[in-house]
Design a protein around this ligand. Sequence first.
Ligand code: KG4
Length: 340
Amino acid sequence: MADIILGIESSCDDTSAAVISDGCLLSNVIASQDVHKSYGGVVPELASRAHELNIVPVVSEALSRAGVKPEDLTAIAFTRGPGLLGSLLVGTSFAKAMGVALGIPIVMVNHLQGHILANFVRQPGVTPREPSFPYLCLLVSGGNSQIVRVDDPLHFEILGQTIDDAVGEAFDKCSKMMGLGYPGGPVIDKLAAKGDPNRFKFAKPQIPGLDYSFSGIKTSLLYFVRDEMAKDPEFMEKNKEDICASFQKTLIDILMDKLVKAAKQTGIKEITIGGGVSANSGLRRRVEEEGRKRGWNTYLPEFKFTTDNAAMIAIAGYHHYLAGETTSLDVAPVSRMADF
Ligand code: KG4
């Protein structure tokens, strides 16, 4: 009999449920929360309330699209953390309740592990292209910027990570500062495509090892725009494409310098990217260019698996389930990676 896993993701502002059967995706439903747009960022309290409203319809829709009845399920995988605690509580409590009602095990998943396994979600009619182990994953989102060494689906090591802001935060905060809206990444990506990436220079951080820092570049952009606007109040409007292109190029340079260093240090040439910022067209292009230059095999996740989704949680949960790792009902969500 097939192992059918229901995945539930509620770590931030997307409520998602997915069903996989023996590792193959049957459905993946995502309800995004527009309520945060007018605030220029995710409001945790509003996110938890929206999850509470969305969770039942989203799970029902995922089961119905998959053609699976609740009693067909083998286990329920859910995101335990890291993320917003109130949001995580909704998914965790729902998974527990449903597991108890159906008499099936629940499986906790680390959200980051979901992102780094996104390339392993198989889809009907699509030839799988999966990295071989060990591989490196550049994990870049609104909450994380890390280089992770992945030895098998259940074992990974963080080789480097941001010491302050995540790269997605840099996109979002700078977009807000420039009055371009939220989330900033997709807006900046679009404007950058029409601009000159070499027109303006922004300071890059000097951080030792494989760690990142993205708080300085924010300040660098802030002062630059402030000084130029003092000379010409129209500066931003006239130059926003070039500003976005140059700013995005600097962020990508910072990310790639450390990724190249990690590949050299470890000798690993299997390279993946994951997380919301892995949707960035400039970053995707650069990873492929560097890959061709350096003899890497590169694997870019499909766009629908870059942002938060339950398919990646279901596949990670499936691997835990196969290894006999199920979770007891007294589990509580955790907001930080360090507590995992
Ligand atoms: O993984 P994700 O959906 O949520 C978490 O942070 O866990 O990532 C969201 C982040 C936001 O910062 C958003 O601006 C960024 O991903 N993002 C992008 C792009 N699409 C989403 N950043 C750059 N370019 C994009 N095309």
